[in-house]
Structure formats: structure tokens, C-alpha cells
Design a protein around this ligand. Sequence first.
Ligand SMILES: [Zn+2]
Length: 250
Amino acid sequence: MKTFKGLVIREASRGESSKSITVLCAEYGVIDIFVRSGMKSLKSSSATQVFSYSVFCADEKKDSRGRVNYYLNSAEPVNIFYRIRLDVKKTALASYFADLLCYSRIENSDCSEVLKLTLNSLYFLDQGTREPDLLKSVFEFRLLCELGFRPYLVGCNHCYAYESDIMHFNFKTGLLECEKCCRNPDSIFDYRLDRTLLYIVRYIALTDYSKLFNFKLSDAYLKKLADFTEKFTGYYFTNDFETLRFYKII
Ligand SMILES: [Zn+2]
């Protein structure tokens, strides 16, 4: 039996009254836990609903192929982020976060940074103290950084210039080039970052979690940032996320 904290990112019914839940936890990454039909206590039903952060107690069983399956024993909620469920736009955004996490399918690895990012994002979404569009961009870009796709943002890859009026970022190489050194500015992977946008992008990639969400942007830069982070995410995660389309039309 194992006890661990985790965030429910998906629920799926299994038969008439059983279900399985997909949980992000620091120790094991994204795992599926089977919830038997008998577990109907109020505590475990709120602890196992989507976007609940809970303490889980689960049995591990290996199937014939050696794959570990988890069966829930008990669950107790720590934070159920209930305000997210009361708001369609917030629910849509949290569902998009969950889709990105399910798509990345991180297994058997230390996911404490990814969990920290997700819990922080949901906290501010739940509290309503940050623009949802800002949370979306920070989550998209920082998630990919934490998954190992953090680009090299220190300076121009050739002359080491820290900044120029326009810096070229290449999605394919993950490198920065200044205006003078840029070798292939017409590439479909080329993205032009002005000084402010580069500053924001560096901030999101590198700042400590205690300060990561402590900034505000004008509408113009929120839009520019969203364009960059969506294209960056789209380069690595080629899926067309329905939850993102839904979020955008609300
Ligand atoms: Zn240069």
C-alpha cells in the first residue's frame, strides 16, 4: 500500500458505478487509479473528483505484463479548488492544463516541479487574482521548460549579445540569434521577440516559483505572449486540443 498526495486531472467511468482517475503526483508522475464502486463516502467522492488535490492511499498490483495498476483504498481532500468548477471559463482553462499534462504522460519520474507549477496555476485561477490568459501562457511555457524543453535564452548563440531590438528565436533549434547574426530569418521556425517580450519569456522560463506569477502585462503584451507560448507549445505538442478551442470561444 502506498500513500501519496496528487492532483486529479481526469475522471472516467468504468462500468455502472466504478471509475478510474488520472492523477499527477510528485513521486510517480501521471498515473491511473481505479476507484471501486463501493467507495461512496462524501470525503472520497470529493477527493476523487477532477481538480481535487488529495491524499491517496492505494494498493499496487502488477498485471501479467508487469505493469503496475493502482486501486484506491481511501482518499482525503486537501484542496478541491471549488471556485474553478463554478466558472465555465476557469473550468475550460483548468481542463486545458489537464489535457497538456495527460498528453505529456510523464511516468515514473520526479514531477515535483510540474506539480508545483500546476498547483500554483490552479490556486491563482481558483482565487481569481490573476488574468486567466496570463496563467495560460505561464503554464504552457513553464510546463515545457520543466519537461526538458527549456530553450537556451541567455543570449545570441553566435556573438553572445544579451539583447537587441529584435532577437530571433528558432523553435526548431531552441536558440536565440540577434538581428545581425540571424542566419535564417525567413525560416518557418523563426519567431521575432522584441526587448519586452524577450524579458517576459526569460522571466517565465527561469524565475523561482515564489515570484513566477507576480507580474502584470498590458493587453497588447498578453496577446503577444499568448501567440508565442501557443506556437511554442504547438511545436512540441502537435495535438489539436479541443479544450483550448473551447476556452478561446467562451
Ligand atoms: Zn549575435
